[in-house]
Design a protein around this ligand. Structure first.
Ligand SMILES: Cc1cc2nc3c(=O)[nH]c(=O)nc-3n(C[C@H](O)[C@H](O)[C@H](O)COP(=O)(O)OP(=O)(O)OC[C@H]3O[C@@H](n4cnc5c(N)ncnc54)[C@H](O)[C@@H]3O)c2cc1C
Ligand code: FES
Length: 246
């Protein structure tokens, strides 16, 4: 992990909420699927923002950014050749899929981001991908699409037919990223069928390096309940270990 000086080579608006920012970073290890960077516009007074690796091609890392506040807006206003500070790659990656495993990805909103690279990085993996969002601005290519307002795909949450799907299909692993309530519901529905549920948590972060405990989550361990940090111990945790009702 290193604080890199990245150069913006492209900043593409996908729709009114989302951009994909391409940043050239000179480093031998740019990261594996599930890892993230802490980004900061050079000379900005704002705190660093954790953003997942959306894609890597040669020495360019792409980030899919959803505008939710001033920090993410600032990132989407970056221009070609602008400089960005990129601390990373950070966090634990998703476990690589095994040849005989059926993986089900369940993403919500910007939780789509880490799985684009996961799918590209493991082209031989057996992957089915369900994605859900509030409306058509929140959905991207996947095997099954859900929207809360029904503007595209199936009307409802990404969990709408999950129970039925798991009754009728062999799933060995679930990988999920999105709002906490979505991942909590996924864990509740899926744990009777699938023990291995990797959840990428998107908690608020401050220091980003395991010092402030601003991103702490309560998890079950062999030693009892303990707090772990999403930035240093995660961001990926097993659905069965997270205490979802904190
Ligand atoms: C490991 C990790 C990976 C992430 N990957 C991505 C990614 O690939 N793309 C992306 O766009 N975002 C990602 N996020 C979320 C992103 O970091 C936040 O949206 C960002 O920090 C918000 O900064 P802001 O200054 O724009 O908004 P703020 O001004 O900080 O917040 C604006 C509003 O958004 C809400 N909000 C902000 N952050 C969060 C959060 N983490 N959880 C729930 N609500 C929140 C607040 O309630 C507030 O109302 C990731 C977060 C983590 C922890
Ligand atoms: S953000 Fe400070 S410990 Fe995680």
């Amino acid at each position: 992990m290193k604080d890199h000086i990245g150069i913006v080579v492209n900043n593409k608006k996908i729709n009114e909420l989302y951009n994909v920012i391409s940043v050239q970073i000179e480093n031998a290890n740019l990261g594996t699927p599930g890892q993230f960077y802490e980004l900061k516009v050079k000379y900005s007074q704002r705190m660093r923002i954790p953003i997942s690796i959306y894609n890597i091609t040669d020495n360019v890392v792409e980030f899919m950014v959803k505008i939710v506040g001033d920090g993410t807006k600032e990132l989407t206003q970056l221009k070609e050749k602008d400089t960005i500070m990129a601390l990373g790659p950070l966090g634990n990656p998703f476990t690589p899929p095994q040849a005989d495993q059926n993986c089900l990805i369940l993403s919500g909103g910007v939780g789509y981001a880490p799985f684009y690279y996961f799918k590209k990085h493991y082209p031989k993996a057996n992957i089915t991908w369900f994605h859900g969002g509030a409306n058509r601005n929140e959905v991207f290519e996947a095997d099954r699409i859900f929207t809360n307002d029904g503007s595209i795909g199936i009307k409802g949450f990404v969990t709408a037919d999950l129970h039925e799907y798991l009754q009728n299909n062999k799933v060995d692993r679930i990988l999920t990223c999105g709002p906490r309530i979505m991942m909590k519901n996924i864990a509740n529905i899926a744990l009777p069928f699938v023990k291995d549920i990797e959840c990428s948590l998107e908690e608020y972060m401050a220091c980003g390096i395991g010092v402030c405990y601003g991103c702490a989550v309560k998890v079950k361990t062999a030693k009892g309940l303990v707090y772990k940090t999403v930035c240093k111990d995660g961001a990926i945790f097993q659905g069965s270990e997270v205490i979802w009702d904190e």
